[in-house]
Design a protein around this ligand. Structure first.
Ligand code: PEP
Ligand code: MG
Length: 590
């Protein structure tokens, strides 16, 4: 493919080079024009794919049990189709005559044949259209797979319109060097997962299907937001130089990350880790984490095998034991873009506003009780204060009270069964809905700490879906509604004597950190790969200057002016180093 430059929103830092692999490519048609001299190779690829599919079908035929012998006839018909010149022969001719690649020629031929059979009067023949499409899609799969097999040992840049967290988990993680999606946003859970996996990633990359094809060499710049297809030698050299510069900066930030994050005027800010997988806990010390500020527990519920109370108990105990400091474990926040099978079956018209987070768990006490029981039991094996529980998507004080009642009941049951457990654990509220922000004072009296979920808070305040790229421009952390809400929540928490932390992606954005620090946040929590950079930044900031700036930002309704003020302070503080931080605030048009 020709060299091309595309842009996207960087969501996970780092720079990488790899071979492009499109996910879900069975539905994808590679619409590529070819030169006359490439026709023979494409025809050979096509014939190879047809032969391979015929062999696959023959093997499948042998496995049909005798009591289902009628299916052999269906397979026989499909095998016949692979020999039919109307399919293979016609597609091969198209390659040469129309100057198009094998996948496109095959697609056109299948569509044409399918239409002819669709229009037939005889129902038996009409049904053959389905067979043609089915055989055709097998052959297309083989064609795509051919490029994939060529890249078998290569470093992979995974690309798709959208990738679900489950898709990422399905691929051999060791080979993924980058992730590119056309949809999604910085706070979608795939973005969050890629940060957790330390894989450079971009979302909202448009034009990828047109500019690139399977197997292309690609550079992903997870700092600046660039994607370079088919880089030339000079690009490769620039890539190496920038990657080396970033690696130096990262390694020096990591070396210093073992020290606390004190501002130049002596204010300590706890820098905690957000994790999604239990096995991440063991490596957090290396990133300088002061503890775990958010363990998103939903991923163990998303697999096929549902976890038992016993496995949850082991999981939570291990996470808290391995954490470098306090560990905050959030109860199941399934829903929206992390749907359990049972939620999927509900077919809610708008899952982001539906039975999500605490709403779902309070309706499904079986799941919730096993999780709370596992947490209370884990608490018995840990020093006091080590483990806390965090409740997602709280709207009302009644929800918090309901959870505390359930915890009390479970504690009585565990006592009766003589099972060791903590009688109580600190309970925190995620403030992430406008309702919670507006009653922050009342909520603060019901719980032991606040954690501001800036991802959802911004989205629900702005009434946008966090995965919808069409409204991603409204993801504006500096909108006065967001800035005022943050201040309101932090002040309400402090007035009631509880600590307030922030655990959304704003906590890893340098501009967000200045804002939060200026408003008096006690702790920030972010994906581990960001922590060394965050600590490094905080050590260079003056809390008094941040607080003065925050007062100015609070008085302004001009988002561009706010960006300008923040940028000035950060340029002064970090200079060129600022380019090693990713920022969704600055990437968002005002
Ligand atoms: C948030 O909403 O900011 C948050 C941290 O939770 P999640 O991203 O898992 O919804
Ligand atoms: Mg949230």
């Amino acid at each position: 493919m020709a060299r091309a430059h595309l842009y996207g929103t960087p969501v996970s830092p780092g720079i990488s080079l790899g071979t492009l692999h499109f996910l879900h490519s069975e539905n994808f048609v590679d619409r590529r024009s070819i030169k006359p001299e490439e026709a023979a190779r494409e025809q050979a690829l096509l014939q190879g794919a047809i032969d391979a599919v015929r062999e696959d079908l023959a093997a499948a035929r042998e496995k049909v049990p005798d009591d289902l012998a009628e299916y052999r006839e269906v397979i026989d018909a499909q095998i016949e189709m692979t020999r039919d010149p109307k399919l293979g022969g016609a597609a091969a001719r198209r390659i040469a005559e129309e100057g198009i690649c094998a996948s496109w020629a095959l697609h056109k031929t299948i569509e044409e044949l399918g239409r002819i059979f669709d229009a037939m009067d005889d129902p038996y023949l009409r049904e053959r259209a389905q067979d043609i499409r089915s055989v055709g899609s097998r052959i297309k799969g083989w064609l795509t797979g051919a490029a994939e097999r060529e890249a078998e040992d290569a470093d992979i840049i995974l690309a798709a319109e959208d990738i679900s967290p489950a898709d990422v988990m399905d691929v051999d993680l060791k080979r993924i060097r980058g992730i590119l999606t056309q949809e999604g946003g910085p706070t979608s859970h795939t973005s969050i997962l890629s940060r957790g996996l330390h894989i450079p990633a971009l979302v909202c990359v448009t034009g990828l299907r047109l500019a690139a094809r399977e197997g292309d060499s690609v550079i992903v710049d997870g700092l600046g937001g660039g994607v370079l297809i088919a880089p030339d030698d000079r690009d490769a050299q620039r890539f190496k130089a920038r990657a080396a510069e970033y690696a130096d900066w990262e390694s020096s930030a990591r070396t210093m990350s073992q020290w606390p994050a004190d501002t130049v005027d002596g204010l300590r800010v706890d820098v905690m880790a957000n994790i999604e997988r239990a096995d991440e806990a063991a490596s957090l010390e290396g990133f300088g984490a002061d503890g775990i500020g958010l363990y998103r527990t939903e991923f163990s519920f998303l697999g096929r095998q549902k976890p038992t109370e016993e496995s949850l108990f082991e999981e939570y105990r291990e996470v808290a034991e391995k954490s470098p400091g306090k560990a905050v474990i959030r109860t199941l926040d399934a829903g929206a873009d992390k749907l359990l099978d049972a939620q999927e079956a509900l077919k809610e018209p708008n899952p982001a506003l539906g039975l999500r987070g605490i709403r779902y768990t309070l309706r499904h006490p079986d799941i919730f009780r096993s999780q709370l029981s596992a947490l209370l039991r884990a608490g018995a094996h840990l020093p006091e204060g080590r483990l806390s529980i965090l409740l997602p998507l709280i709207d009302t004080v009644e929800e918090v009270r309901a959870v505390k009642r359930i915890m009390q009941e479970i504690s009585h049951e565990l006592t009766a069964r003589r099972i060791p457990h903590a009688e109580k654990l600190p309970v925190g509220v995620m403030v992430e809905t406008p309702a919670a922000a507006l009653i922050a004072d009342a909520l603060a009296r019901e719980c032991e700490f606040f954690s501001i979920g800036t991802n959802d808070l911004i989205h629900y305040l702005m009434a946008i879906d966090r995965n919808n790229r069409h409204v991603a421009y409204l993801n504006q952390a500096l909108h006065p509604a967001v800035v005022r809400s943050l201040k309101r929540i932090i002040d309400a928490g402090h007035r009631e004597g509880i600590r307030v932390s922030a655990c959304g992606e704003l906590s890893s954005d340098p501009y967000g950190i200045v804002l939060l620090l200026g408003m008096g946040i006690d702790a920030v929590s972010a994906s581990p790969s960001f922590l060394p950079g965050i600590k490094h930044l905080i050590r260079k900031l003056n809390s008094q200057a941040c607080s003065e700036l925050a007062s100015q930002l609070l008085m302004s309704t001009d988002i561009s002016a706010c960006k300008h003020m923040l940028n000035e302070l950060l340029q002064r503080t970090l200079g060129r180093e600022l380019s090693f931080h990713t920022s969704t605030i600055m990437g968002t048009p005002a």
